[in-house]
Design a protein around this ligand. Structure first.
Ligand code: FES
Length: 110
């Protein structure tokens, strides 16, 4: 398989319900991961443009669901299934979805 232009790492970490940190899976990460895979495939982007990968914890739990986009090296946070079309549009256009980018404050909180 050729190297894709972008790799989207979706945190699908799951913690026990009573863990105060919560987890991205508890906030809908598996649905986000699947919706991204579906749309990337449906739009013909899977072979060359983008690969969607499930990731372990990205250490940005307070902002979950989190996605790390490489090589762009940016984090999206608080992502829901409703955000997926805009994220895929951004991949196609080479643009970041600014409203989803984690801020320096978010990143410092972890
Ligand atoms: S549980 Fe998703 S970033 Fe930690």
């Amino acid at each position: 398989m050729p190297q894709r232009e972008h790799y989207l790492f979706v945190c699908t970490n799951r913690r026990a319900d009573e863990d105060p940190r919560g987890s991205c899976t508890a906030r809908g990460a598996e649905e986000v991961h699947q919706a991204l895979k579906d749309q990337i495939s449906r739009r013909g982007l899977a072979k060359l443009k983008a690969r969607v990968c499930a990731s372990s914890c990205l250490d940005q739990c307070s902002s979950g669901v989190t996605i790390l986009v490489e090589p762009d090296h940016c984090f999206y946070g608080r992502v829901t299934v409703a955000d997926v079309p805009e994220i895929v549009d951004g991949i196609v256009q080479g643009l970041r979805v600014k409203r989803l980018l984690l801020t320096e404050q978010d990143l410092a909180k972890g």
